[in-house]
Ligand binder design. Sequence first.
Ligand SMILES: C[S@@+](CC[C@H](N)C(=O)[O-])C[C@H]1O[C@@H](n2cnc3c(N)ncnc32)[C@H](O)[C@@H]1O
Length: 316
Amino acid sequence: MTTAATYAAFAATEARGVSPTYERLALAVSRDEEILALLDSVPPAKRQPNLLFGVVQFRGGPVAEPVAFHDYTVANWPAIEAELRARATQTNEPGRCAVLLPVLAALPQPLALLEVGASAGLCLFPDRYGDHVVGSGDVVCECAATGLTPPVRLPEVAWRAGLDLNPLDVTDPADVAWLEALIWPEHIHRRARLRASAARAAAEPPLLMRGDLVDDLPALAGQAPDGATLVIFHSSVLFYVPAPRRQAFTALVRELPGHWIANESPGALAYDALPPPPSGALHNVLALDGVPLAWTSPHGQSITWFAKSLPRDVDS
Ligand SMILES: C[S@@+](CC[C@H](N)C(=O)[O-])C[C@H]1O[C@@H](n2cnc3c(N)ncnc32)[C@H](O)[C@@H]1O
């Protein structure tokens, strides 16, 4: 796919209906020969819309107006290029805890949570956030649930650990600023939630290990305490992992003790049969131990349960 086509597809399938600002900007970039030529000078993985727009936001540049964006990007290209090469899209969305909650609450408690692709580890606190049914606090994960009764209890977490190629540090203001820059312009509620969640995590920083989800998982899983149910989970990670490594990961995680929760796009983690998604918008599939259960929205805004059984206590 050309860079122009990547930006046009991003506008049409990812940003449309979610961020009018990024839809307009991505369309403008898809037709901007000068910026496309600059982007084609960096490796393909560094040309993504989310990365370029995040870097410009991070530097305080304009993303709301395509002409101003063009002028800023061209004038500041050496610095922008350096940031593109140094950074990666590591969006950490605590709202995804809401869709994990029905499964986490049904597992034998207490839990030893191990998240692969944890970014800053903000999804490692599903027991610390609230929504309208369960939990309390200033981090609210609103989620529209269809086809299931939301859990009435929070999971009990005995241990929490994350693994990431490049863990971000919630106590480092630059890392939190980068996470904020990755949030799309209109999503003011997500920005506020990120700040509150980062402050929450900074008060109790999780164990975050730098490492690969295949090579380094067994050693970290081995640190989980006895007497707790090990839960290895991941959300919006496998898209970034090459196909042979995804297969190595799924083979490995099936061999490890405990349970495995995946919340991934079906393009990154395929299942034999899935019902049609609830809308044409991008959706992830929530699965427990390889069995698909529900469609979920990318930031945890909604869950549509389709599995025959409702979430209930799962045998250990
Ligand atoms: C989009 S972020 C998702 C963060 C978090 N799971 C969430 O849902 O908010 C994807 C993360 O996966 C990490 N990642 C990608 N490939 C990885 C690998 N092979 N091993 C470990 N982490 C990886 C990236 O560094 C990034 O932090």
